[in-house]
Design a protein around this ligand. Structure first.
Ligand code: ATP
Ligand code: MG
Length: 327
């Protein structure tokens, strides 16, 4: 029995999570689902956006499935990443038939370092200027690069590309690039690198040259939104936050207050995040089945309004579950 802590959160988090659970629960998995609170509503109720109880439940979990939180995002998701040491942020971008996007042959994964770089938060004022410090550690580089290669190996991917700016940021990016090639030697997987600026150009002009991308926190934050845009946007982009002990799976999008409560949010990003969770827990065949079903349903034009269809969130989930039973 695996213990899954479920945090729906705010806004459409409370719609895409039940839709995703509808599918998981329909497939009879050996999972125990434990609900926990976090986010804006939780803050109003208890005066804290991330209660100690939620954190404790997360620390007893085999995996965490997270929806979205609104204004309190920084205090919830950033805090969870720190407390649970979720150092790797994994964001796949894959084009899907039936979804309008720039290219129909994108299939790449961004592995972003999640704990250091400029997001360490070391900022201070110096007179009337402001300074931010970029922290890159050897340990941080080693574990994220190793993670990227292990991920590539496990998923049968052929190449790992490092993105950096070592020509200008000689110390910080220099360390990252050097560590990358040191670790690459231990793997029978192609390794190359680009400067982050050139890499962005290639991502837009010839994204098929990429397979797994590994990069530091700030670059990874920006690049992974770019790759989500490449394949059709936020409603489709899943992610995983992974550490040595814990793992949290969440859609890339936020609480989308503009459409919350209408029952029209696209649950695809959350369903795909759940598939990443299933793979992480060793249920690859079930993940494959759900992904196949999802693709089939979307290719048939049965979609939520953001993709031009007229299905409600739950109706879409029901179509996917039905297709799971057929594929
Ligand atoms: P937050 O502050 O919580 O991040 P936001 O206003 O930035 O909220 P996002 O969730 O980031 O909203 O979404 C940005 C836009 O994309 C919104 O217009 C939203 O309606 C749309 N969007 C995001 N996720 C989905 C989804 N799953 N289905 C349909 N539309 C979505
Ligand atoms: Mg947002």
């Amino acid at each position: 029995m695996k213990k899954i802590v479920v945090i729906p959160g705010d806004g459409i988090g409370k719609e895409v999570i039940p839709a995703t659970l509808h599918i998981l629960q329909g497939l009879d998995l050996p999972f125990e689902y434990v609900y926990a609170e976090a986010g804006d509503e939780c803050f109003e109720k208890y005066g804290t956006p991330l209660p100690e109880e939620t954190l404790e439940l997360c620390k007893e979990s085999d995996a965490i499935l997270f929806g979205a939180v609104g204004e309190t995002a920084a205090d919830v998701i950033v805090k969870l990443r720190q407390e649970l040491d979720l150092f790797a942020n994994v964001r796949p971008a894959k084009s899907m038939r039936g979804v309008k996007c720039l290219y129909d042959n994108v299939d790449l994964v961004v592995v972003r370092e999640n704990t250091e770089c400029l997001y360490k938060g070391y900022e201070f004022d110096v007179g009337d200027s402001a300074v931010a410090m970029r922290v890159i550690t050897r340990k941080g580089c080693e574990r994220i690069v190793k993670f990227a290669f292990e991920f590539a190996k496990r998923e049968g991917r052929k190449k790992v590309t490092a993105l950096h700016k070592a020509n200008v940021l000689k110390k910080t990016c220099g360390l990252f690039k050097r560590t990358f090639y040191e670790i690459a030697r231990n793997y029978d997987i192609e390794a190359n690198d680009y400067y982050i600026d050139a890499g962005c150009l290639y991502l837009v002009t010839k994204p098929w040259i990429f397979d797994v991308i590994v990069t530091t926190n700030l670059f990874g934050d920006i690049v992974s939104d770019l790759t989500a845009g490449l394949v059709g946007g936020l409603g489709l982009a899943p992610s995983a936050n992974i550490g040595e002990r814990y793992a949290l799976f969440e859609p890339v999008h936020g609480s989308a207050p503009d459409i919350a409560g209408k029952g029209i949010a696209n649950p695809t990003a959350t369903i795909l995040s759940a598939c990443m969770m299933l793979r992480h827990l060793g249920f690859s065949e079930v993940a494959e089945k759900i992904e196949k079903a999802l693709k089939k349903v979307i290719a048939e034009g049965k979609t939520t309004p953001d993709l031009g269809g007229n299905l409600k969130t739950m109706e879409f989930a029901e179509e996917v579950l039905k297709a799971c039973r057929e594929v």
